[in-house]
Design a protein around this ligand. Structure first.
Ligand SMILES: [Zn+2]
Length: 163
């Protein structure tokens, strides 16, 4: 299955696959029982199909719960994203960096960007560079950035300290 497949499609696919597998299995067990008289084939097959369905559902439930709890998307390393942003010219520091998913393929990012004193007039360009980089590298298409100067003092927040 392609990794970009949405969870809904994946669930539907698993459902159809489970049904098809059961039908094929029932026919196969029927033929086996008809010719050999080995009647354990039926319950054994039922248990095997049940285990396959439970295993697949369990794996998908983990993914669903992860999204519902707004966990950071898998395969996305927050430290690496932080490093990527800091590597962009004009960025002095990053804090309040948050990444989460709305669905399995829609990722959101919010962050405060401290702009280097000498690059303050390029804030908009820096913001666009970060947005472009996030989309290209991590497929994050929804970015909300707060651009700050080094002198900017926030209530209850110390610059440069990650939460
Ligand atoms: Zn801030």
């Amino acid at each position: 299955m392609p990794c970009m497949m949405s969870l809904n499609v994946k669930a539907a696919f698993l459902h159809v696959l489970g049904d098809a597998l059961s039908s094929v299995g029932v026919v196969a067990a029927g033929i086996l029982m008809y010719f050999t008289g080995w009647y354990y084939a039926d319950p054994l097959l039922s248990v095997a199909i049940a285990f396959i369905i439970i295993f697949n559902t369990g794996r998908m439930m983990r993914e669903v719960v992860h999204i519902l709890l707004e966990g950071a998307p898998r395969k996305m390393n927050l430290k690496e994203i932080d490093r990527t942003i800091k590597g962009i010219a004009g960025v002095r520091d990053v804090h309040n960096l948050h990444v989460w998913s709305i669905t399995s393929y829609m990722h959101y990012l919010t962050a405060h960007i401290v702009v280097d004193k000498r690059h303050l007039k390029d804030s908009e360009q820096i913001m666009n560079s970060i947005k472009a980089e996030m989309e290209k590298k991590y497929r994050i298409r929804h970015t909300t950035l707060q651009m700050e100067s080094e002198e900017y003092k926030e209530l209850g927040e110390v610059h440069g300290k990650a939460e």
